[in-house]
Design a protein around this ligand. Structure first.
Ligand SMILES: *Cc1c(COP(=O)(O)O)cnc(C)c1O
Length: 367
């Protein structure tokens, strides 16, 4: 039996990519906002229905770049149920993360609790559209307005998600996306910032290029977060196939739902009627005794199926944070992290593979 990994990067036809990079051998222009970079920005602006976008080397640097460009100070409210990148970026920008718990329904920030974490030092909220599940944007916006806070979404999982026909990228002051090889849309490594305030344009573009503002001037302490031409070329090719990609994922998702329908103790998030989802992940919450999730994970591995405990542990439990934070302070996030399992999910997963995976899960849970 061949190994089934949790994810598998989608590739455009090789000839298409080769065709796309050919002119780079003529121009010798390989990075620093070249023609591919500009073209991909234009294509993404249209696809995501946004007015401002800045491409970056990866999702993580997109978040560091926008936090730094907004010149935020003090405390930032986020959740510990995310990839460590979200929190590391906040800390590396000199800000203090404050952890709010998540809700049990879709694992995004529990908006009913946000206000109790607001202090005079709070300057922003960084909610995460975890697994591509859209946060309660309306409520987040209401709170942000009331306390004059910025909203920067970690939308790394949410490329191609729409709510009421509106792109997920339209919310907040800014959102960052990851175009990592494992994400729904990728540029090998890559990412983007989309933002509302057009006045930030120069600052963002300068900060992603060391803060350089002219041949002999540097105005900001920037880093290097530029996307190169080979990444952008991969993005141009992959974007041409994005609808097909999401369509294939949807078929996999629907097969999972059919196979797991009625199984006791397995909870699957229900896509709201108003949402057009991107089928980025297939997380299942395995109820029952603590330890059951690990048992399923281990047994699947013995059957050559590689699922992931995504996200376990929560960020506040990592060595670099555990002396400052307590996992008990966010009990829902802690519970979900101990019971969640993301099953393999990618466009080319076959119906037979999904059946094999779900039959294995069902067998293990009966033991
Ligand atoms: C992937 C991811 C990131 C980081 O993106 P990279 O492109 O890998 O740097 C940030 N946040 C979340 C939630 C992610 O899943």
């Amino acid at each position: 039996m061949e190994k089934i990994l949790v994810t598998r990067s989608s590739m455009p036809p090789m000839e298409e990519y080769v065709e796309e990079i050919k002119d780079l051998w003529e121009s010798h222009w390989l990075t620093n906002m070249g023609v591919k970079h500009q073209r991909l920005e234009g294509m993404l602006k249209a696809y995501m229905q946004v007015k401002n976008i800045a491409l970056c080397v990866n999702g993580h640097m997109s978040l560091e770049t926008i936090l730094s460009a907004m010149e935020l100070k003090g405390e930032v409210i986020t959740t510990p149920f995310t990839f460590v990148s979200t929190v590391n970026a906040i800390v590396r920008c000199g800000l203090k993360p404050v952890f709010c718990d998540i809700n049990e329904k879709d694992y995004t920030i529990d908006t009913a609790q946000i206000e109790r974490f607001i202090t005079p030092n709070t300057t922003a909220i960084v909610p995460v559209h975890v697994y591509g599940h859209i946060c309660n944007n309306e409520e987040i916006m209401r709170i942000a307005r009331k306390y004059n806070l910025k909203i920067i979404y970690d939308a790394a999982h949410a490329f191609g998600v729409y709510e009421d026909g509106k792109s997920v990228a339209a919310y907040g002051d800014a959102s960052i996306f990851s175009f990592h090889a494992t994400k729904v849309f990728h540029t090998i490594e890559g990412g983007a910032i989309v933002y509302n305030d057009t006045g930030l344009k120069d600052r963002i573009n300068n900060i992603k290029n060391f803060g350089i503002t002219g041949e002999e001037s540097v105005e900001y302490i920037g880093g290097n977060a530029k996307m190169n031409e080979f990444q952008a070329a991969m993005g141009i090719c992959n974007l041409r196939h994005i609808d097909e990609e999401i369509g294939k994922r949807q078929k996999v998702y629907e097969e999972y739902l059919r196979c797991l329908d009625g199984v006791d103790d397995i909870v699957v998030w229900k896509i709201p009627d108003t949402v057009k989802y991107n089928y980025a992940y297939f997380p299942i919450l395995i109820k029952g005794k603590k330890g059951i999730r690990d048992k399923v994970y281990d047994s699947l591995k013995n059957n050559n199926i590689f699922s992931r405990k995504y996200f376990y542990p929560i960020v506040s439990a990592y060595d670099c944070y555990k002396d400052i934070y307590h996992v008990e302070d966010t009990p829902v996030a802690q519970y979900v992290s101990e019971h969640i399992l993301t099953l393999p999910m990618y466009a080319d997963l076959t119906v037979e593979q999904v059946r094999y995976i779900t039959e294995s899960v069902k067998c293990i849970m009966k033991l």
